[in-house]
Design a protein around this ligand. Structure first.
Ligand SMILES: Cc1cc2nc3c(=O)[nH]c(=O)nc-3n(C[C@H](O)[C@H](O)[C@H](O)COP(=O)(O)OP(=O)(O)OC[C@H]3O[C@@H](n4cnc5c(N)ncnc54)[C@H](O)[C@@H]3O)c2cc1C
Length: 265
């Protein structure tokens, strides 16, 4: 059966980073009271380009379900049709979309989880985190209800070059301060001198945190045995980063189904 084509109405727009030209867009869906999706899924935006050709692009939903609303986080790609169209929209304007789509969702039952993202790959992670820790997600109005993290340990390893590329930084910092089972690990590959956080690429820190976890009560995952399935990694961003992190985990003995990923290119 064909999916319905919805109209998203831009309610609010925030510039998250001037140098990266990254925007946070908040939409409501015209004629719909409730938009049912699973955190981490994407919408397929549709528009006609200047040559009269219909174009479709996927964008991860950067929020948890909240009535008929959803957020996006995207940056302008140089010369790119759709990213420029969306980032240049003004509140009050509409865009059409299909969805929700995709399988980049939290596996059940929930386990300890490492969220690994670079750049706008943070979008579905924000959706996961709003879903797991709804009471503290005060930026917009995420799902109501109590903490859904079930006491699992959740790590967010978020990499970018410069500090200006850490989107939603304060939101994640605040949440980490409020929830002992949520750890936020931002890491910069080209930090300025005054940066006091982690340096380097996301994969370096993933290995470190796995080591520290295996020193505690949790055995490190091995190729077989029950310990294997007590943790998942969720990776999102450009293909190069996703592939290298995935490869890294496979080499450490992780099984394929423990590694859930979404590639943007
Ligand atoms: C499942 C899925 C979810 C996605 N979610 C998001 C999201 O939440 N936020 C987001 O910003 N993007 C997301 N993307 C990428 C998005 O769909 C577009 O590819 C991107 O916005 C570029 O589209 P465009 O029409 O502007 O550029 P195009 O006209 O399609 O491409 C212009 C050039 O840019 C290159 N390019 C394509 N995508 C990127 C990129 N992301 N970064 C750098 N260069 C690129 C292309 O190779 C091409 O050479 C997602 C992609 C997928 C498959």
């Amino acid at each position: 059966m064909a999916q319905p084509l919805y109209t998203a109405h831009l309610e609010n727009k925030l510039l998250l980073s001037e140098p990266a030209q990254c925007y946070h867009l908040e939409f409501s869906i015209s004629g719909l009271n409730s938009f049912d999706f699973i955190p981490g899924q994407f919408v397929s935006m549709v528009s006609v380009d200047p040559h009269g050709k219909e174009q479709t692009r996927a964008y991860s939903i950067a929020s948890a379900p909240a009535g008929n609303r959803f957020d996006l986080c995207l940056n302008k790609v140089e010369g790119g049709f759709f990213s420029n169209k969306l980032c240049d929209m003004e509140p009050g304007q509409d865009v059409r979309f299909y969805g929700p789509n995709g399988f980049f969702t939290l596996r059940q039952p929930l386990t300890d989880s490492i969220f690994i993202a670079t750049g706008t790959g943070i979008a579905p992670m924000r959706g996961f985190i709003q879903h797991l820790f709804p009471a503290s997600g005060s930026e917009s109005s995420p799902e109501s209800g109590k903490d859904r993290s079930e006491g699992r340990r959740i790590w967010l390893v978020y990499g970018t070059r410069h500090e200006t590329g850490l989107y939603y930084h304060q939101y994640f910092e605040k949440l980490a301060a409020e929830h002992p089972n949520f750890q936020y690990l931002p890491t910069l590959s080209r930090p300025q001198e005054d940066w006091k956080g982690l340096h380097g690429y996301v994969q370096d820190h993933v290995v470190e945190l796995l080591k520290s976890r295996s020193n505690g009560n949790h055995p490190a995952p091995t190729a077989a045995g029950p310990a294997t399935f007590d943790i998942h990694a969720y990776i999102c961003g450009l293909n190069k980063m996703v592939s290298s992190n995935r490869q890294h985990l496979l080499e450490l003995g992780w099984q394929r189904k423990q590694i859930v990923y979404e590639r943007y290119d």
